[in-house]
Design a protein around this ligand. Sequence first.
Ligand SMILES: [Mg+2]
Length: 123
Amino acid sequence: MINQPVSEAEIQKDIITRATYRGWLVKRVNSGSFQHHRFGSGRTAGLPDLICVKRGVCAFIEVKDGKGKLRPDQVQWFEAVVGHAVALDFRGAFVSGNFRAGVCDTWEGALEILEGRIIERGE
Ligand SMILES: [Mg+2]
């Protein structure tokens, strides 16, 4: 599709803009070198790209362009949020109480995570 965001950074920016418009408070977490300060900032390695909160709901969104897969440290964060094992190639959304977590490569995918519309697609 013409004008569809393509790079991960562009996808993240698109999600931030659209989620903010819909009332979500969004924090972009992983933007470069501070990820390496693993313990000075807590266990930031693997933390999902975007943390979104609205009306008592907290959503963790990992943006992966193309066929990018989760890394083990990212899986560790997802498993901590959802409370069970998560596959490296997972795409879709988990819902666990007031927490949501998912992996996407488009705004549409992010919206499914935010709204908890897809539950455990994939493994
Ligand atoms: Mg990412």
